[in-house]
Design a protein around this ligand. Structure first.
Ligand code: ADP
Ligand code: MG
Length: 691
């Protein structure tokens, strides 16, 4: 239960004056559903305007306030996408067009009747040979003096919201800030010269004051570090079981290769951890293709040798299935019982798996999040492996895993080459094993950037490739919109590409994207993996983990629309066998300088760490921190610069607090609990109460 003190902040936005059903959608689009979200919705920047007497006095691009009289309304032709225009003149008779696009036009009709004069605030631009202001920020009858301010906030908007509207909602939210106790260490506060929490929020809405913004970012980082430390402490507090295997099963494994040095070292580190009573909390970091699966299998077999069960959690259905098949093959002669459990298992099938887990006859389980449902009970779960859960879900998953009677050992695996500066933010103080050595015999992937207008040549190349008996991927972009809804145009793009390629290659082509029914998707994947289908057209659903060694050509359409880390993951789908592989990056149109630099980097290197570091430098790390707007964002307030500057101190502060008051019961501890709720890291607090 959330502490009462926070109720005013967690009140729904509808409780604010002026928020009716019509505003809900645009607010939700920005993630603004609670009063606190508005309080934290700080302006992106500030503009200053000056009042001018006539249009001649301003230059293009300038923010102005000017009195204009409406002369004529020009509605767009029905069906046209043009703007609604109001022609207005200043007192000297100079004409300026005020333009509204889309639904915004409705307000224009009422606000600016012909013949009336209003004060208009906005950015002066040129449209052809006419001056114009697109979507004026303010239209008021008031005098210029009242409108003129040193600086005016500019908020991030979504369609249906205006600057004044958001400003008024934010102002209302600020009047509802409760009096909260301080959670930052007093000496830290004094030393940094930071304002109090409420003061920082108020300041944040009227200026870009660095101290105020840093304090708010620090709060978020502190909450994150605390939650991660709580998970760790919980793991320590709960006794696990010391698991020692005799190696009997591992020696029977049927592996078609020798382990690399890095794999052997990682397995030894894991074995050492699992032999301890305190539960393992280890991250296995290894680039795509580094061979994490076999390391996981060894860890799982240690558990089984010690008489326990082990579970592997995959992020998608496709991956779960593939892991299941891979592990089953490698297990061959060991006689170990393995099962697959996904959300799709129903009825009898599901019942029999649940039974097998409960009576211990199933020793290894592979699946999606379904394996952690409350209805799934293990006889004795000794190890949980979490694959490719590279976003912030990790800690949350860990807290789930910690819910067992005895905490199981936990191994998280990721191919995301996270720059060191961010590992702490994402994984807290987990121990790390690195697979810094690729299996031998891997050849560099020949990567080339090709202009889209040469797509016919590319298709001809694919044809030659398939004729040579090999397989290929063709990936189309699918970008997620702000509210997480799939962009339909992009799915259409994959579908259109599929249709075109099918005309040429017939049944040799299959299509996979996230909007397909799971059975359809699996069937297509299966056809490709078994070699029946030769060409797989897909969106990024194949981004992580899929392993088809005889696929040696990867075509990525509109490559500039993908993040570098994503391109790296996609490219990692090829180059998995002994054959030489190729990756063609098709660029859509003209590229920006950054766009060119990014694709050039892909051509130049295959080193995941280098790509991540450079991506960070080029893009500011948005990709690594997740998209702010989407629910999976790492941080909503702190930006990358703040993460790098403030995280070490926030983390140290969190540790100090945990050392002194691990139960968060002191005055400051109680305040810190509020902070955890405020940043929706409730799972951290819940561990405090858990048994
Ligand atoms: P990751 O999950 O780290 O991306 P996988 O575990 O899927 O990588 O392994 C990639 C490929 O490399 C698989 O086909 C696997 O069989 C193979 N592989 C793994 N370890 C070795 C090794 N030591 N020598 C040769 N091939 C290996
Ligand atoms: Mg993998």
């Amino acid at each position: 239960m959330r502490p009462e003190a926070l109720n005013p902040l967690f009140a729904e936005v509808q409780s604010l004056e002026g928020v009716g059903p019509k505003l809900m959608k645009p607010l939700e689009k920005l993630g603004l559903t609670r009063v606190k979200d508005l309080a934290y919705h700080l302006p992106e920047r500030f503009v200053s305007r000056r009042a001018i007497a006539d249009l001649d006095a301003a230059s293009e691009g300038e923010q102005v306030i000017i009195a204009l009289t409406a002369v004529e309304h020009r509605a767009p032709r029905p069906g046209s996408r043009g703007p609604y225009r109001v022609l207005a003149q200043d007192r000297a008779g100079n004409i300026c067009a005020l333009s509204w696009f889309g639904k915004a036009a409705y307000s224009a009709k009422k606000l600016l009747p012909v013949g009336e004069t209003r004060w208009i605030a906005g950015r002066l631009d040129r449209y052809g040979d006419m001056l114009q202001i697109v979507h004026p920020d303010h239209i008021e009858e008031a005098s210029a003096a009242q409108m003129e301010r040193q600086s005016e906030p500019v908020y991030r908007l979504s369609e249906g919201l205006t600057q004044p509207r958001v400003a008024s909602l934010a102002a209302q939210a600020l009047t509802r800030l409760p009096d909260l106790p301080e959670w930052i260490e007093p000496s830290q506060l004094a030393h940094s010269g930071w304002p109090t929490w409420a003061e920082a929020l108020r300041t944040g809405h009227v200026s870009t004051d660095e101290k105020a913004r840093d304090r708010l970012a620090y709060d978020e980082l502190l909450a994150n570090s605390l939650a991660l430390l709580l998970v760790k402490a919980e793991g320590r507090r709960r006794k696990g079981a010391a698991l020692v295997g005799d190696g009997g099963l591992r020696s029977k494994l049927h592996l078609p290769f020798a382990l690399t040095g890095a794999q052997t070292r990682s397995i030894a580190e894991i074995e050492g951890d699992m032999a301890q009573e305190s539960p393992m909390l280890r991250l296995l970091q290894g680039d795509v293709g580094a061979g994490k699966t076999v390391v996981a299998l060894n860890a799982m077999l240690i558990a089984v040798e010690a008489g326990k069960q082990a579970a592997l959690l995959a992020p998608t259905e496709i991956l779960a299935r593939q892991h299941f098949e891979t592990l089953r093959k490698m297990l061959g002669p060991t006689g170990v019982e393995i099962a697959l459990l996904t959300g799709r298992a129903k009825g009898r099938e599901r019942e029999s798996i649940l039974m097998g887990l409960m009576d211990g006859s199933i020793q290894l389980l592979v699946g999606t999040h379904a394996i952690f449902q409350d209805t799934v009970n293990y006889r004795d779960l000794g190890l949980v492996v979490i694959d490719e859960q590279h976003r912030f879900g990790v800690a949350q998953r860990l807290s789930l895993a910690a819910k067992g009677r005895r905490a199981p050992h936990t191994l998280a695996m990721t191919a995301t080459p996270i720059p060191r500066s961010l590992t702490l933010a994402q994984y807290g103080e987990m121990d790390v094993s690195r697979l810094d050595e690729l299996p031998p015999g891997r050849q560099a992937i020949d990567t080339r950037v090709v202009a889209m207008d040469r797509v016919e040549d590319v298709v001809a190349g694919v044809e030659r490739h398939l004729a040579g008996g090999q397989q290929a991927y063709w990936v189309c972009p699918m970008v997620r919109e702000i509210d997480g809804a799939p962009d339909l145009a992009d799915i259409a793009a994959a579908e259109a590409r599929y249709a075109a390629l099918k005309e040429r290659f017939g049944d040799a082509v299959v299509l996979v994207h996230g909007q397909l029914r799971p059975e359809v998707k699996d069937a297509a994947m299966e056809r490709f993996a078994s070699g029946q289908a030769r060409l797989l057209v897909a969106t990024t659903v194949i981004e992580v983990g899929v392993d088809v060694p005889s696929a040696t050509l990867m075509v990525i359409e509109q490559a500039e629309r993908f993040g570098l880390a994503q391109l790296h993951q996609l490219r990692g789908r090829v180059g998995r066998g002994a054959e030489k592989s190729t990756c063609l990056l098709l660029r859509g149109g003209a590229l920006s300088e950054t766009g060119r630099a990014r694709l050039a980097l892909m051509r130049e290197t295959q080193d995941g760490f280098r790509i991540a570091e450079e991506d960070l430098a080029l893009r500011g790390g948005g990709e690594l921190l997740g998209t702010r707007q989407s629910g999976e964002a790492a941080f909503r307030i702190a930006d990358l610069d703040q993460v790098q500057r403030l995280l070490p101190a926030a983390h140290a502060d969190a540790r100090l607090l945990m050392e002194r008051d691990g139960g968060l019961t002191s005055q400051r501890g109680e305040a810190a609990r509020l902070l955890l709720y405020l940043f929706e890291r409730d799972w951290g607090v819940q561990l405090l109460r858990g048994g």
